[in-house]
Design a protein around this ligand. Structure first.
Ligand code: NCD
Length: 311
């Protein structure tokens, strides 16, 4: 039995196979509509979510399965003091696969130790978000046709943004990916991303405070929201929240084939006028999130083998 807790739980080859399957699903979603008949997905969300939870549920429903779960910690026995270990032991009796989001870093890993069903980390605190990474890789590959030889700007809250941490961890495995880490001083990527991820991979990277300066060299611009809920005080959040706002003016200096990604939700960091720019890829990213989650559910349930509908 396999879980997905960290983006590195899948090798580059396995990730490639999953993205290939996502592509097949995207081309012909209807032909997968009975792949998971009688299978149940539990979504255990201890933190707010729109896209991640609903795209998991949409993915399972499109595969012909069913879904159960909770969307807030206070509607579960966590409010009574139950541990994630006991909750997942219980849910293992009700469902075949589980997606868990938790504010505490490491909670899904802890739960996986007690789980009798495949467990997917749907975001743990400021730590990792591997299924958003699969969504991002899928979007980059569909836009660019490759995952290597790219200059990728990551902009905004690189300190608390778990999507950034997972994406960097995954992308350093592809050849010749160059990172421009664009953030205010206070929101730089954590030291472990530099010391344990970028340096050991000998990845080319530089830290930058100016989005304008970085703009012309980028193939991908990955915008992020300042993570209000992870700040210790509101004053710091208010001071930093509008550091970067992507406007049409700034887009003038960008490459014509730039792709702008954002895991969403957007607060103020991308002006609405960008939505109509063909370089905006964030809503197609949402759609891709459903295809990759369908592929992931199939993969973890072992439904991609012989006799099953693949491509
Ligand atoms: C992200 C998350 O929850 O980390 N959202 C998502 O899953 N698409 C990004 C964010 O909340 O800013």
């Amino acid at each position: 039995m396999r879980h997905l807790i960290d983006p590195l739980d899948f090798t580059v080859e396995e990730t490639g196979a999953l993205l290939d399957l996502s592509e097949c699903i995207a081309q012909n979603p209807e032909s997968y509509s009975e792949t998971c008949t009688h299978k149940k997905l539990a979504t255990l969300f201890y933190e707010p979510s729109t896209r991640t939870r609903l795209s998991f549920e949409s993915a399972m429903l499109r595969l012909g399965g069913s879904v159960l779960g909770f969307a807030t910690a206070d509607s579960s026995s966590a409010a009574k003091g139950e541990s994630v270990a006991d909750t997942i032991r219980t849910v293992s009796c009700y469902a075949d696969i589980c997606a868990m989001r938790h504010p505490k870093e490491g909670a899904p890993l802890q739960a996986a130790r007690y789980s009798r069903i495949p467990l997917i980390n749907a975001g743990d605190g400021g730590h990792q978000h591997p299924t958003q990474t699969l969504t991002d890789l899928c979007t980059i590959r569909r836009r660019k046709g490759r995952l290597g030889d790219l200059t990728i700007g990551l902009c905004g809250d690189l300190k608390f943004g778990r999507t950034v941490h997972s994406l960097v961890k995954s992308l350093v495995r592809y050849p010749d990916v160059r990172f421009v880490l664009i953030s205010p001083e206070e929101l730089r990527v954590p030291d472990y991303i530099i010391g344990e991820v970028l340096r050991p991979a000998r990845a080319a990277f530089r830290e930058e405070t100016s989005l304008e300066k970085a703009m012309p060299e980028l193939d991908i611009l990955y915008m992020t929201r300042v993570q209000r809920e992870r700040f210790f005080n509101e004053e710091d959040y208010v001071r930093l929240k509008d550091t970067y706002i992507l406007t049409s003016d700034k887009m003038k200096n960008a490459r014509p084939d730039l792709a702008v990604l954002h895991p969403l939700p957007r607060v103020n960091e991308i002006a609405l006028e960008i939505d109509d720019d063909p370089r905006a890829a964030y809503f197609e990213q949402v759609q891709n999130g459903v295809w990759v989650r369908m592929a992931l559910i199939m993969t973890l349930l072992g439904l991609t083998g012989k006799g099953e509908r693949t491509c």
